[in-house]
Design a protein around this ligand. Structure first.
Ligand SMILES: CC(C)(COP(=O)(O)OP(=O)(O)OC[C@H]1O[C@@H](n2cnc3c(N)ncnc32)[C@H](O)[C@@H]1OP(=O)(O)O)[C@@H](O)C(=O)NCCC(=O)NCCS
Length: 262
């Protein structure tokens, strides 16, 4: 039991820069108190002492503002930061190392008794302040839920879901990595527009930019090919990028350049 408490405190100190000492966590962190009392309530629940379990959970709610149904299953080192207004439903399951902020609901959308009504969070999931995750689906390992998101569908492992209803986005850090990968291969991710953004205007702009990028690449290839066969492109009088793609104008310009060389 003390081992568990120690690892809970260590996890909080690791994940909250505001936590200064173990004593502070022990005495001033409602998320910590709620988890400890939930363990007691859950112990009663699985022994079929259902009323006592609910009563302990109710006391925890009164003291901390965090309502965890005693039937919910919590992994190790789960951290509920601030915690006020958190509601975790009966069939919710939280993997190890999950972090939950204030105002989060892990709720249900069906009234079927005995069914899996609440979400399962994989290991290391972070749920931002005020987010609602509603339904008996799974949020994959390491996923992040944005603050105030309303998630009604499964989230893939490592995914980031934001908005209402939540959509999966590509975080800036991944976009930067993706952009540098594309640059290495000659591609271009203009303005870092999220490729899977829902906005049709953004999608249209992205399509146009991709098209322009492909055309630029073609021009570069043509120039390289011309230089390989001995044509000095800068000597092609009056020829511009668009004309390079117009084969008739290009051959006329090349003939002119050849004549000048003779
Ligand atoms: C969702 C979250 C985890 C994403 O962080 P990240 O991985 O660094 O991703 P980014 O900041 O690059 O954001 C990716 C996109 O999602 C958008 N976004 C981020 N958080 C959002 C949110 N909560 N709601 C709506 N959109 C959001 C960004 O604007 C960005 O959009 P863009 O692609 O159009 O530019 C983070 O923004 C978040 O909400 N964390 C919760 C923090 C919290 O609750 N703190 C409480 C402390 S008390």
């Amino acid at each position: 039991m003390f081992k568990r408490l120690r690892e809970d405190i260590a996890a909080i100190r690791e994940r909250d820069p505001a936590a200064r000492s173990a004593w502070e966590v022990l005495t001033c962190y409602p998320g910590f108190h709620a988890i400890v009392l939930h363990r007691l309530a859950h112990g009663c629940w699985i022994r079929q002492w259902r009323w006592l379990a609910r009563f302990v959970s109710q006391i925890a709610r009164f003291l901390t503002g965090i309502e965890i149904h005693p039937g919910a299953t919590l992994g190790r080192r789960v951290f509920i930061d601030h915690g006020m207004g958190v509601v975790i439903g009966e069939t919710a399951e939280l993997g190890d190392d999950c972090t939950i902020y204030q105002g989060v609901t892990l709720g249900g959308t069906s009234l079927t008794r005995g069914a899996k009504r609440h979400p399962t969070l994989g290991r290391g999931v972070i749920v931002g302040a005020g987010a609602k995750v509603l339904g008996g689906f799974t949020v994959g390992e390491g996923a992040k839920i944005g603050s105030n998101a309303v998630v009604v569908k499964p989230v893939p492992a490592g995914g980031t879901a934001v908005g209402n209803p939540a959509r999966i986005v590509v975080p800036a850090t991944e976009r930067a990595a993706d952009e540098s990968r594309k640059t290495e291969t000659g591609g271009f991710c203009a303005y870092g527009i999220t490729p899977n953004a829902d906005d049709p205007v953004s999608l249209a702009i992205h399509g146009l930019i991709d098209h322009a990028s492909r055309e630029t690449q073609r021009i570069d290839d043509i120039v390289a090919a011309l230089e390989r066969i001995g044509t000095r492109v800068e000597a092609l009088n009056g020829i511009d990028g668009a004309a390079l793609l117009d084969l008739k104008r290009l051959s006329e310009a090349m003939e002119g350049e050849a004549a000048a060389r003779r």
